[in-house]
Ligand binder design. Structure first.
Ligand code: NAP
Ligand code: NAG
Length: 283
């Protein structure tokens, strides 16, 4: 009996230590948090792709701070459902859906027309929507290039005057550390617009059986940031006071980070800007 209870207490200690270590590990994985308590009453924010994932968490936080939040999403059903969730979780009614499909330059134009007509301010634009999929946009561009870059490029340019009128305003474009592995092939972009920026789609999860998918999910739950944590750097860039001098820089884990030389090449940046102006129909 004594032997058993001793074993039991040992087990409990071991279990406690394991749970403790896992919890500390999770805190470590989730990384830095946005510390700003800034309020946003009277300010208007657009978050693209905010019906789910990191975008929706971002929208909830900004609504809690008092901002008027526009959920710019492609699917009305999912967008409206997200309005309910964001209103409920933030306790704010000042959240609305507006249709925006970044895979269509026409949709980007009609979104900005409606927005500029019906809304008076724009203080923060968060370019969050993103896809990692093969395919082509309505205008025939590679899906990832078209949605992640070109659609947001046009959106940002069409909203720029309103953002300037509301200065000090901010634009946050969500990126990924994967940019370190990318290259821009302007020749391919010119001859095969459907390829856009060269990217690899490994289709990793699709061919896995149920068991492997579960295993992968378990590993992800342990080693990947949750969406709450994933939104922290976006929020930091959107609201943190005192980072104005770092405008244009790349942030990760709520801090400014160095990027590789190829991501600091002004000539490439200028060329991409000009190509984007042409492809998006801005010039
Ligand atoms: N998760 C990560 O590990 C990670 C890492 C680095 C960077 N990021 C970036 O973080 C951002 C958010 O990603 P997430 O992880 O939250 O992904 P997610 O859960 O897949 O959400 C992506 C959002 O983008 C929207 N979207 C896709 N195509 C669109 C289009 N054509 N027009 C308008 N909206 C569109 C989606 O809408 P639907 O629901 O209609 O598809 C969805 O709301 C992305 O830019 C992503 O590249 C993510
Ligand atoms: C919008 O989303 C709903 C729910 O996920 C889906 O049933 C519907 O087919 C989608 N509509 C379009 C046009 O993609």
């Amino acid at each position: 009996m004594l032997y058993f209870s001793l074993k039991m207490s040992e087990l409990l200690v071991i279990a406690g230590v394991v749970i403790g270590v896992l919890m500390i590990f999770r805190i470590y994985v989730n990384g830095a948090r946005c510390k700003s308590k800034a309020k946003l009453h009277g300010k208007t924010v657009i978050v693209t792709g905010s019906n789910t994932g990191i975008g929706r968490v971002t929208a909830v936080d900004l609504a809690r701070r008092g901002a008027r939040v526009i959920l710019a999403c492609r699917n009305q059903t999912r967008g409206q459902a997200a309005v309910d969730v964001v209103q409920r979780e933030s306790g704010s009614k000042n959240v609305v859906y507006m249709q925006l499909d970044l895979a269509s330059l026409k949709s980007v134009r009609s979104f900005t027309e409606t927005f500029l007509k019906t809304e008076r301010r724009l203080d923060i634009l968060i370019n969050n929507a993103g896809v990692y999929m093969q395919g082509t946009t309505e205008d025939g561009f590679g899906l990832m290039f078209g949605v992640n870059h070109l659609g947001h490029f046009l959106l940002t340019n069409l909203l720029l005057d309103r953002l300037k009128e509301c200065a000090p305003s901010r634009i946050v474009t969500v990126s990924s550390y994967l940019h370190n592995h990318g290259n821009i092939d302007f020749d391919t972009l010119r001859t095969h617009k459907e390829f856009g920026v060269g990217a690899i789609n490994s289709d990793l999860a699709r061919n896995l059986n149920k068991m492997s998918r579960r295993l992968l999910k378990g590993i992800a739950a342990l080693f990947f940031k949750d969406v709450e944590a994933g939104a922290q750097t976006t929020l930091h860039c959107a609201v943190q006071e005192g980072i104005e001098a770092l405008s244009g820089r790349y942030f990760s884990n709520c801090a400014v980070q160095k990027v590789k030389a190829k991501a600091q090449d002004d000539a490439v940046a200028k060329k991409l800007w000009e190509v984007s102006e042409t492809l998006s129909g801005l010039s």
